[in-house]
Each structure stands twice: as C-alpha cells, then as structure tokens.
Ligand binder design. Structure first.
Ligand SMILES: [Zn+2]
Ligand SMILES: [Zn+2]
Ligand SMILES: [Zn+2]
Length: 104
C-alpha cells in the first residue's frame, strides 16, 4: 500500500474560518465546483471536476504536494506525488464555504 512521505510539507494546522471560493476563479470571474486547500501554503483552489482545476494547477506549479477537501463534512487529503488519499490528524477547524456557482 502506498504511503505519503510528504507530511513534513503540511504547514496549515488550522483551517480558515471562511473562504470566498477558489482564489483563482474569483480573480478571473469563473465558476468552480468543489474547493480544496493546499496544506503547505493555504492556497484555495478548485477540484478536478471544476472547469479550471486550479488546485491541481497550484500543486503542479508550486510543487506543493498535499491538498485537503474544504467541502462540508469531508476531511480527506490527497498527495499528488504519491497519488494516495489519507486523513491527516492535527488539523483544526472547519471552513465555511459559499455554495458552488455550478450548483454542485
Ligand atoms: Zn506524499
Ligand atoms: Zn478555480
Ligand atoms: Zn500551496
């Protein structure tokens, strides 16, 4: 079974209380579906089912390996390098997010 060797890249230990949406979509005025947060720098991007896949683009451009879902009730994380899903303990808080502009 694959394991993630990038836990030392996790610098976000407290989730923001609220976000306005995908940072990149908000800037360009485009819609997103689901939100993911980069656990290395806190960048909020959109999922791979969103038109622009900003979370994956951020991980690729910045080489930040791990994201976590910001969707209500979801606490899973994903490492792009190891391609493995996991739950990372020790991350506090829950983020209030607006409804998706795409209705998902
Ligand atoms: Zn990893
Ligand atoms: Zn986006
Ligand atoms: Zn990042």
């Amino acid at each position: 079974m694959a394991t993630c060797t990038h836990i030392d890249h996790v610098h976000v230990t407290e989730l923001p209380a609220a976000v306005d949406g995908c940072a990149d979509c908000l800037q360009s005025g485009e819609p997103w579906l689901h939100l993911r947060i980069c656990l290395e720098c806190g960048h909020v991007g959109c999922c791979d089912d969103s038109p622009n896949q900003h979370a994956t683009a951020h991980a690729r451009d910045s080489e930040h390996p791990i994201i976590r879902s910001l969707e209500p009730g979801e606490d899973w994380s994903w490492c792009y390098v190891d391609e493995v899903g996991m739950r990372i303990t020790g991350i506090e808080g829950e983020t209030r997010i607006p409804p998706s502009p795409l209705g998902g």
